[in-house]
Design a protein around this ligand. Structure first.
Ligand SMILES: [Zn+2]
Length: 383
């Protein structure tokens, strides 16, 4: 028996070296979109503009389709009181991905979208793992959702949502929980077997880079500093690829059909606990590194026909995965010891077991734009 599963993935496409003029324009669009969102929220509900024509009164010039999409995005966030940032968003009719085959057989990728002046075509820097998705899109096997123009660090990106259809055998689901980044970098657990990825190596290399950075900073060597940053970035990306690949291989080898990750917008610890925890673990990894690792896990799961579900992270580190006892405080060190049944387990493995079982339920919010959140609709195609 086979069935089709649809997954929504968001891929993050880096705009390739946009000119200063273009970057300034993107920034202006983002500022105006945000201003518009906040003015819109300031208007009483029945009086709010419903179309771009009405909306024009509340904003400095923006393309009509950006305004229309902004209204949809604002309305989708029912409880929003204000927006620190609302990025310009383009629906599938106004955003295009194009591929140009080069003479040497390679390909150049481009996206185009409306701006303040005219429609622009912008080259994008495509990672290998993104090509599969873009090819699916061009061949009509993936459906295009919205595309958001986002600035992250100094770079501009397009976050493109795609709906991909994957065929899967129908059988009772088998769950795997993945815990990211407390003591160990990643821990995958299928009740009974556990896969660990130590963060030690990563911590060592990051310290190494941090020292080099300090030296260069003293010398004021800006160019060398930037180069170092790129090198470190590539190195972390390579590690994340390896880890995510091995997690998916582990899942496949065990017939896992659903990978469960924590919805990290909920907090498992308080902020200060989390900070301390990261420090204790000897690393202060940039959050983008974890974000990227999650993304890689989700892409690769989607390609392997494995669903990804987000679970509520509450109590996953405090609960005994065997008997359900809840400790009142975080276990000190690496081991979770249960005061009731006496079970002793590595705290991340215990957490991963709890994530696999979704002890606090699935995450309430099914899908957010900037964080990759696959949504599953099951549709049986054969009886
Ligand atoms: Zn117990």
């Amino acid at each position: 028996m086979e069935e089709n599963t649809e997954q929504v993935v968001t891929i993050k496409l880096k705009l390739f070296e946009p000119t200063k003029t273009k970057q300034d324009m993107y920034q202006t669009m983002a500022d105006r979109t945000t201003d518009f969102a906040n003015r819109y929220l300031g208007v009483e509900k029945p009086m709010r503009p419903k179309s771009s024509a009405d909306a024009k009164l509340y904003t400095e010039p923006l393309p009509a389709i950006v305004l229309n999409q902004a209204i949809r995005d604002i309305e989708a966030k029912k409880n929003a009181k204000s927006f620190k940032r609302l990025w310009p968003d383009f629906n599938n009719q106004n955003f295009r991905v194009e591929k140009e085959t080069l003479q040497d057989g390679g390909a150049a990728w481009k996206v185009s979208f409306p701006t303040l002046e005219k429609r622009v075509g912008v080259p994008i820097q495509v990672e290998k793992y993104q090509i599969k998705y873009l090819e699916l899109l061009l061949s009509g096997q993936a459906k295009q959702g919205t595309a958001q123009l986002i600035k992250c660090g100094r770079q501009w990106y397009i976050h493109l949502a795609l709906t991909v259809s994957v065929k899967a055998e129908k059988k009772p689901p088998k769950y795997m929980g993945v815990d990211l980044g407390l003591i160990d970098l990643a821990v995958a657990s299928i009740l009974g077997s556990t896969l660990f990825f130590s963060g030690a190596e990563l911590a060592y290399v990051r310290r190494h880079y941090a020292e080099l950075r300090k030296k260069l900073q003293k010398k004021g060597a800006h160019k060398a500093l930037r180069k170092l940053g790129n090198k470190e970035h590539r190195w972390i990306m390579a590690i994340n690829h390896t880890i995510s690949r091995r997690i998916i291989e582990f899942a496949k080898a065990h017939g896992v059909s659903v990978i469960r990750l924590e919805d990290l917008r909920g907090a498992r610890w308080t902020k200060s606990q989390r900070k301390k925890q990261r420090k204790d673990a000897g690393r202060s990894l940039h959050s983008w590194a974890f974000f990227q690792l999650r993304q890689f896990i989700e892409y690769k799961a989607a390609l392997a026909g494995i669903e990804v579900e987000l679970v509520n992270p509450e109590l996953t580190s405090l609960t005994c995965s065997r008997c359900g006892e809840v400790r009142t405080s975080r276990p000190a060190g690496r081991w979770y010891t249960c005061p009731r049944c006496g079970k002793v387990k590595h705290i991340d493995a215990n957490a991963a077991d709890n994530i696999a079982q979704a002890i606090s339920g699935l995450s309430e919010e099914k899908r957010a734009k900037t964080i990759l959140k696959p949504k599953t609709r099951r549709r049986t195609t054969a009886a």
